[in-house]
Design a protein around this ligand. Sequence first.
Ligand SMILES: [Zn+2]
Ligand SMILES: [Zn+2]
Ligand SMILES: [Zn+2]
Ligand SMILES: [Zn+2]
Length: 167
Amino acid sequence: MATKSKSTARREKHPPIAQQDKPRCGLCGSTRKRLTRTPCCHHWICDDEENYVLFSFARNSCHRNHGRYTLCSSHFNEGHKGRWQDCVKCRAGFNTEMYVWYGTNEYNFEKLENPPTFEPTHCAECGRVIHLGADGYMISGKNYYCERCSDKRMRQVIAPERLPHKK
Ligand SMILES: [Zn+2]
Ligand SMILES: [Zn+2]
Ligand SMILES: [Zn+2]
Ligand SMILES: [Zn+2]
């Protein structure tokens, strides 16, 4: 039995042209939020910095993410010359893993081509690989601790100082 195609009415994949012409955020694609241009690379981006909750470390602001977590922006803020992709100062300014992350994460409009390779960072306690860009971690001296182990360490530090809950 042949099933009748119902697909003709469902062709809404491509937005109408008028909508495509509207500037949209180069990171999340939004056309609804207020847009501005990045000072570093003049791309359209959501002007959403005020959505950021202070000290929340949330990464929900396109503007803030590009401004804080990319080589593009740091290169611009540091006043380096030329393209950030070729910049030796940027390369020297970060450890390789962070350099690669800053150059290739989703907050970039243009990603670093041929990023250098690096040795993964391991937790000094449990040995698990820590992705410095994406994971939570703690640095103590020269050692990195993964989120779990740093939690544990924090508790060990805090626990003896806890006062008994008596009245
Ligand atoms: Zn956006
Ligand atoms: Zn930029
Ligand atoms: Zn630079
Ligand atoms: Zn660990």
